[in-house]
Design a protein around this ligand. Structure first.
Ligand code: ZN
Length: 306
């Protein structure tokens, strides 16, 4: 199994009081700095190319981000909570490039599974705009690369971040070769992801009420989301791995524990084994309590390495 990351992903700094801070990635990497992860094949993420980004984003959006890095020490505010620093363009290119390289690795047989420890996250970025801490939609770039360059016909994206992956839905809601399945708290930012949003039959949203916990989360995946994923018979499983539904996370009101992340990861690994020859690529999305983020990273990556 491969781990893709890059030091540049620590240089994206939205400001001292921002939840999506470099310390998050340091917590993830420290969690994986242990003998039991010695078998991880650690790879420096390449940059995504402009052409790869243009498969999912408009020219205007890509050019806007690439041209908007402020000078050293400055910040550039894209919206209320999405902020760029001088290192943000390089970080965003490495974050998207990690998922593309991971797809190449699992589809070429060089690895079976991969985890991308990167930031900024991606699943709120739409075709046209950055939002919700996200500049480019990393998982969407990976999915389009699998469809376009590799010619796959069925790619599943499972998103268990506590927020709805509105950007991923926006990009794929008319693309039947991609099944997008999401569990998220409702109501919560970005106030999309209702269960009656179906795309072209390829969007499956499952909502959790504030206060829901392990039982409701597992019931949702067991009874609704996993059956849809199995029925789709994906050739590749992509995962938007956000750990902000943890009970200690400051941005949500869902009460999961690290064992729930082991549980969902085991089921997604089984999904990939059944239909996709085991091929799975996961990328970091949210998770804002550093202790919980470390524990959930351990649970997720340990389950991916089985
Ligand atoms: Zn989130």
């Amino acid at each position: 199994m491969r781990l893709y990351t890059h030091p540049a992903c620590l240089q994206h700094d939205p400001g001292p009081d921002h939840a999506e801070r470099p310390a998050r990635l340091r917590a993830v990497l420290q969690a994986l700095d242990h003998d039991r992860y010695a078998a991880l094949d650690r790879i420096e993420a390449p940059r995504a190319t402009r052409e790869q980004l243009l498969q999912v984003h408009s020219t205007a959006h890509v050019d806007h981000i690439l041209a908007s890095a402020p000078p050293e020490g400055g910040t550039y505010r894209l919206d209320e909570d999405t902020v760029m620093s001088s290192g943000s363009v390089e970080a965003a290119l490495r974050a998207a490039g990690a998922t593309v390289a991971a797809v190449d690795a699992v589809l070429s047989g060089a690895a079976l599974r991969a985890f991308c420890a990167v930031r900024p996250p991606g699943h709120h970025a739409t075709r046209e705009q950055a939002m919700g801490f996200c500049l480019f939609n990393n998982i969407a770039v990976a999915a389009m690369h699998a469809l376009g360059t590799h010619g796959l016909k069925r790619v599943a994206i499972a998103d268990f971040d506590v927020h709805h992956g509105n950007g991923t839905q926006d990009i794929f809601e008319r693309e039947p070769r991609v099944l997008f399945v999401s569990s998220h708290q409702s109501p919560l930012y970005p106030d999309s992801g209702r269960e009656d949003e179906h795309g072209v039959g390829n969007i499956v949203n499952g909502t959790l009420s504030p206060g829901a916990g392990s039982h409701e989360f597992r019931e949702l995946w067991d009874s609704v989301l996993l059956p849809r994923l199995h029925a789709f018979k994906p050739q590749l499983v992509l995962v938007s791995a956000g750990f902000d539904a943890h009970r200690n996370d400051p941005l949500s009101d869902i009460r999961l524990g690290q064992e729930d992340y082991a549980w969902i990861t085991e089921r997604l690994v089984a999904l990939a084994s059944t239909h996709a020859g085991g091929r799975l690529v996961s990328t970091l999305e949210g998770g804002y309590d550093l202790v919980a983020l470390s524990a959930c990273t351990n649970a997720h990556v340990s389950a991916l390495m089985v």
